[in-house]
Design a protein around this ligand. Structure first.
Ligand code: ATP
Ligand code: MG
Length: 391
């Protein structure tokens, strides 16, 4: 008898709304394969009746694959199953052997049988009865609950094989990365911007990221931290090019020439200008930041207005309505929180004004900015772009 573990990925039809099904399927499969490169072993993927089956060759790390596949956008539920020869004796012995994997910590269950092979000698209710009895015998604490079971154990009799599957876990939701255009994430070492990147990728965008540093005021370690954050995001977003750009000259020039109270907003305007130039060069059509209204001085609505004044591209701010606590919950879920809270210096922190203007007037900001050579500073900053590809 051969029985092989499989992972089944399902997407709700609602996900497909407005998307072309073939394109969706291709993108999802491509992203799944790419993700599986992070797990030990050789994997194969195949669609059957709107379910993407993932099979591992002998010795492949199915636990790692399962954990990774829960992060792939476009998948609504992920479940582990077993494939075996389709005779009743084999099915029952596989159920016995894999009961715990199929049931998890469930206390109640029901069986559901589907036959796409109508020649199979038992009818669906008979398959359910036999399988239910087998499971009750192996797990005496278990009860059947046909209305609200903790787990539905499904026995599918397909053309070639039988597939048994049980506990379903929630997938990452969203739509496959690549369904949308590319966005340029302004990635600092903080808590918010990785969350913003995750939320943008969840809606199908591919990501580039730009990190602004100010050597020698910021260290190699601070950059490494940002690269680690980007690496964490690649589990969801796929390969990311991280553009490391020095704003040292900009910061020093602003500190020398401009009104300190407008310092943060002026710096922010330089960031979006540089980000936008790099975005155009690498095919991104929007910028993304981790801002949320009123979180700090530079994130009041008027500060945001002054920032947008320097940009032509849309600036997406997916965290805009989230409280810090809510952002932290998300950061923990996606695994970036512990990296974000490592204690490294932030490029803005050492030039932070004592009394920032929280209600900047756009005209005043423009006038202040006119004191420096904007074009030249942006051009020279962009020349420092060092690209690190992470995945
Ligand atoms: P975060 O936790 O993302 O650092 P924050 O609360 O510290 O956010 P700010 O420092 O005001 O907020 O930054 C707001 C947004 O501007 C960030 O979410 C990020 O998108 C962008 N940003 C700030 N600093 C940098 C930087 N050094 N490099 C790239 N982007 C940055
Ligand atoms: Mg920050």
């Amino acid at each position: 008898m051969t029985a092989n573990e499989v992972i089944l990925l399902k997407y709700g039809e609602i996900v497909l709304k407005g998307l072309n099904k073939n394109r969706f399927n291709q993108l999802l499969e491509k992203n799944v394969r790419r993700t599986l490169r992070k797990a030990e072993g050789e994997f194969h993927t195949e669609y059957a009746q709107s379910i993407l089956f993932v099979r591992g060759e002998e010795g492949s790390d199915m636990d790692a694959a399962f954990a990774l596949l829960k992060k792939v956008f476009g998948v609504v539920t992920v479940c582990r199953g077993v494939e075996c020869e389709k005779d009743m004796e084999t099915i029952l012995s596989v159920l016995r052997e894999h009961a715990r994997e199929l049931l998890g910590n469930a206390r109640t269950f029901k069986c559901d049988a589907r036959r796409s092979d109508k020649r199979f000698p038992l009818k669906s209710p008979e398959i359910c009865t036999a399988c239910g009895a087998e499971l009750l015998e192996v797990c005496p604490d278990l009860r059947v609950d046909v209305h609200h079971p903790d787990v539905v154990v499904t026995i599918e009799i397909r053309d070639q094989v039988a597939v048994l599957h049980g506990i379903q876990e929630k997938g990452a939701g969203g739509i496959p990365v690549g369904s949308e255009d590319r966005a340029m994430l302004l990635l600092s070492g903080g808590i918010d911007s990785p969350v913003a990147g995750h939320m943008t990728a969840k809606r199908g965008a591919e990501l580039d990221a730009v990190y602004f540093e100010t050597p020698p005021y910021t260290s190699e370690a601070a950059r490494e931290k940002v690269l680690s954050l980007a690496r964490k995001l690649t589990d969801y977003a796929g390969t990311i090019r991280v553009h490391c750009v020095s704003l040292t000259e900009v910061q020093e020039e602003l500190a020398k020439v401009c009104d300190e109270r407008l310092f943060t907003i002026l710096l922010r305007r330089f960031m979006v200008r540089c980000a936008e130039k790099i975005a155009r060069k690498f095919g991104a059509v929007a910028l993304v930041t981790g801002e949320s209204i009123g979180q700090v001085a530079s994130q009041t609505m008027l500060s945001i207005a002054s920032t947008d004044d320097a940009a032509q591209m849309p600036i997406l701010r997916p965290c805009i309505g989230l409280d810090k606590e809510e952002i932290v919950v998300r950061a923990r879920q996606i695994g970036t929180f512990d990296i974000s809270t490592l204690p490294y210096e932030d490029c803005c922190a050492m030039f932070t004004p004592r009394h920032p203007n929280t209600r900047p007037d756009v005209e005043a900001v423009r006038a202040e900015e006119a004191k420096v050579d904007v074009e030249g500073l942006v051009a020279r900053a962009i020349e420092t772009d060092r690209i690190v590809r992470v995945w």
